[in-house]
Design a binder for this molecule. Structure first.
Ligand code: GLV
Ligand code: MN
Ligand code: MN
Length: 409
């Protein structure tokens, strides 16, 4: 908790809100603090081109594939201090405990901090883990820009990462035995059923795209209502449609699709002009690829229909298309067995939020452990998890790491 709080103070603002957007000074500072903590713990540190940090504790057989555990330290705007750091500091504490108690592990253990898990700055999620998994495709970068107009591609170029060489960051799957991630649930289920541990089966994935409505900016006092080309009214109709169609797909049997427009730019964006142009960021997610893709297609079709009806232009730009990711059943079984042995009540559940584990799952067996979020609140300063639950989660993570490091999967 001391280390978690130390990270949580970096980027803290009014009402305890934490903001550490990827590649900001605050986010870099949090990574420096982690490096310091890893060094204190005696870990061997490696940092790749994007800035992913790997702190290694050597196992009895240094050639054996390593067991990785971690998460991220970047945050959304005005987020909390648990989303991400619980998994990084939890993994660090697990490895520190193993080291201090001289618990033998055959495989080496690595504490990992992935860069830029949150999509809050560029609309691009799990950046560092996607690169580590070799899952960034050059075309993915085309439409990733922040609100200042900074292109993600240019930021990467500044770090020496280009479309041509980005595959070189990819980890060699042969060197990996498993990836484990402890995370807060960020939803209300565990609290509601009174369980302290969630074992994750799969991770919902997003279809993300921008919808740009191109109307015409006009004087808001002189332009008659029937002569306007108002891009914002078109957006409002689309946003309402997204809510409506996702409510139809709300149940598990329909794939539990959720849809959000969490960001929008309005131009010119003044009180006395008809909005001429809007740029909406659409996030459609689901645990069934089929339902999610179907809803995304319906939303795009509706955007075109609205534009046509209102006589304005529309442009659809893909940010990223991903499929839901199943996690490794064998890893889940290891954690489950440990829970059974220790009398810990757990819930087996999918994840609605995205995580670095979804990228790592593409190159190595990946597993996740959830701990409860008070009132299910996350991406909000009110995010809170009971320290006793964090400790229990970290304990389970540690025991899982030891078993996975010492036994055949
Ligand atoms: C990560 O927090 C996400 O957006 O799911
Ligand atoms: Mn998050
Ligand atoms: Mn997270």
């Amino acid at each position: 908790m001391r280390d978690l709080n130390a990270i949580g103070r970096i980027g803290i603002g009014d009402h305890g809100a934490v903001t550490r957007l990827v590649f900001s000074i605050k986010e870099l500072r949090s990574r420096q603090v982690l490096i310091h903590l890893m060094r204190q713990a005696g870990l061997n540190i490696r940092i790749d081109a994007i800035g992913n940090i790997f702190g290694r504790f050597e196992g009895i057989d240094p050639k054996a594939p390593a067991v990785l555990a971690g998460s991220h330290l970047d945050t959304v705007i005005h987020g909390g201090k648990y989303d991400g750091p619980v998994g990084v500091i939890g993994a660090l504490e697990a490895v520190r405990t193993i080291s201090e108690n001289r618990i033998p592990v055959r495989s080496s253990l690595e504490v990992v901090c992935f860069v830029g898990e949150e999509s809050s700055r560029f609309g691009f999620s799990t950046l560092g883990s996607s690169l580590a998994a070799g899952e960034v495709h050059p075309e993915d970068l085309t439409h990733a820009v922040d609100t200042q107009g900074t292109k993600l591609e240019n930021v990467l170029a500044g770090l020496g990462i280009t479309r041509r060489n980005m595959k070189s960051i990819k980890l060699d799957p042969k060197t990996l035995k498993a990836y484990l991630e402890l995370h807060i649930e960020q939803g209300p289920i565990l609290e509601a059923i009174g369980k302290r541990i969630g074992l994750v089966t799969s991770i919902a994935a997003p279809s993300r795209f921008r919808v740009i409505f191109k109307g015409r900016a006009d004087h808001s006092g002189t332009t008659p209502m029937d002569m306007r080309k108002d891009a914002l009214v078109a957006s409002a109709q689309l946003i309402e449609y997204i809510e409506k169609v996702c409510r139809k797909y709300a149940s598990m049997t329909k794939g539990r699709v959720v849809g959000t427009v969490g960001a929008m730019k309005i131009e010119p964006g003044v009180i006395n002009a008809v909005p001429g142009r809007t740029d909406l960021a659409v996030d459609i997610r689901g645990t069934s690829a089929q339902s999610k893709n179907h809803v995304a297609r319906m939303v795009k079709r509706q955007a075109r229909a609205i534009a046509k009806r209102r006589g304005i232009g529309v442009e659809l730009l893909t940010i990223r298309e991903e499929d839901p990711v199943p996690l490794d059943k064998r890893l889940l079984r290891v954690s489950r067995k440990l829970c059974d042995e220790k009398g810990i009540d757990y819930e087996i559940m999918p994840s609605g939020a995205g995580h670095d584990a979804m990228q790592m799952a593409k190159i190595t067996p990946a597993g996740m452990i959830f701990v409860p979020s008070r009132r299910g609140i996350s991406h909000n300063p009110l995010e809170w998890t009971d320290p006793r639950d964090i400790a229990l989660g970290a304990q389970l993570l540690m025991e899982t790491m030891i078993r996975v490091a010492n036994e055949k999967l």
